[in-house]
Design a protein around this ligand. Sequence first.
Ligand SMILES: Cc1cc2nc3c(=O)[nH]c(=O)nc-3n(C[C@H](O)[C@H](O)[C@H](O)COP(=O)(O)OP(=O)(O)OC[C@H]3O[C@@H](n4cnc5c(N)ncnc54)[C@H](O)[C@@H]3O)c2cc1C
Length: 584
Amino acid sequence: MGAAMFGSTAFAPHAAANPSTGRARGREVAIFGGGMAGLSAAHELIERGYSVTVYEPSYLGGKARSMPVVGTGKGGRQDLPGEHGFRFFPGCYQHVPNTMSRIPVGDSNVKAAHLVSADALTLGLYGADYRPVIMPASRIGIKKTADTTLQLKNIQNAFIDMFASMKNIPMTEQTYAALRMTVMATSCQERRIGQWDNVSWMNYIKAYQMSADYRTYLATSFTSSLVAAKAQTASARTIGQTALALAYAGSGPLVPQYANGLLQGIDRLLNRPTNEAWIDPWVRYLTSRGVRFVMNTGLSGLRVSGRRITETQVTTSSGATSSVVADWYMTAMPVDRLKPLLTPDVLRAAPGLAGVRQLVDDWMVGIQYYLRKRAGTPTSHIALLGAPWSLTAIFQAEPWGQDIGRTYGDGEVQEILSVDISNWDVPGVLYGKTAKQCTAEEISREVWEQLRRGLNRGGYRLINDDELVRWHLDPGVTWRNGKAFNATPLLVNTAGSYPHRPTAETEISNLFIGGDHVRSNIDLATMEGANESGRRVANAILDRTDSNAERAAIYPLWEPELMDPLKDLDRDRWRQGLPHILDV
Ligand SMILES: Cc1cc2nc3c(=O)[nH]c(=O)nc-3n(C[C@H](O)[C@H](O)[C@H](O)COP(=O)(O)OP(=O)(O)OC[C@H]3O[C@@H](n4cnc5c(N)ncnc54)[C@H](O)[C@@H]3O)c2cc1C
């Protein structure tokens, strides 16, 4: 044990307390990071008899956690619930629902008890003069145009149907955007990675040549409603593939792989705050199975010899350092925290990790508004396309099915409007400042104003000043000397980033990488990608230990078989250096 090598021994973490067996096939795993990736790997490994310790400096659940608004609960009620950002579980997610189905709550499980389908999707067009369009879940996707069999034209028509609600975009442009989706659907993997991943979404749908509304709604807003991505830099492959996956997910029985019992549909969500519904029962379950959680402790150094990690350094929140020795090490921390650990020594042993330094993150942050009147709208995420700060939102009371006033706060709050702000670099409409230049108070007023202007249209009145009781911005955003900092930026899948993304296995034989930045089937910085990465790490450790345990399931995204001949044709053209046959 090499604690002295790194300094203080004031803190004795668990894995070190059970030193490595020294065997090449030992079963001691140290996981650094207790977010989605770390918890998923811990889940798979503990169920297969490994000894697992998770080191977490801040909060279990990471970016997927919820947080109480401390001190707001009165009269026996709980504190008002805040979220790092509201949670959206598209119908194409498979890993996350599978994990949820294996977390017990009472005599049920998280998936059965807490994951529910959305009724609709609400599209507000900022700047348009008509009311937001509430699209029932039953009308989204391909099923409207293809009841039993799927044809190529159905895909194009499904997108034209979606775009039809964006009345300001000329029909010819809507049709062109739909054609680009068909191109993506029929492109071979080689072209998707070799060509489309290097093109920005903006260029892919030729937004520069189209109308201003096409640029605003189909390029800029579409990417930032999904993640913190900007259309000018986001990978066309990532955004296009995700749009296809969402359309397929909304296609009900046509895609049994996504149907998942009664929960088919484009959008699913939790019927409680995320921690209450999912993270807390998960941590309880993992603890009951033997996972050890060492809190307030993060990875601060990796010591390499040859192609092996010989020791790791951890640092506690009070600054004390000590070492952890295990058989296998997994980093499950965000990419901005991983970068400084990739020292020249580490990169010499694992040159494949060099690209991590090229990966980019951006800001996406949650703010909640607590209201004294229930909205009474259907369970539906709201995308306010075209809002300067790229806002998406949801009213929580309906999906939670709770009397919020009776459960949380001081009884006054009956509704929670949870909003994600995805663009922090564009001036707002009230102060002419970007979100990064505003104070927290100014941000709360600005977002409220953008929601009011964008959603209260055509006689519709969703946002009412006299209903606002208070607001809560993610405390991870802080200000020092007038400059804003975000403790939890989110990876963005920029054009050309795929080759830089790490795989779960590295050239260092006992080091594995998890997190939403790891290459995954969904290829988008999400809980689903992070969960898949945790499973890939677990499987790699099973391989390295010659385990005969069943491997953790890894699910591909569904793509229709009827595309295969077209993809084969495209593969031939790709090999000959020719463009996609529909790429005009
Ligand atoms: C506002 C917002 C809304 C979102 N909404 C959705 C959504 O609706 N659906 C969806 O699928 N995804 C959503 N995402 C993305 C999703 O939350 C993340 O992609 C996912 O949670 C990432 O999981 P992770 O385990 O890779 O990383 P994280 O969640 O960041 O977890 C990493 C953990 O590592 C810890 N850590 C940091 N440094 C160290 C260290 N040195 N040593 C050890 N541990 C360390 C951190 O404290 C953290 O707990 C959203 C993200 C944001 C920001």
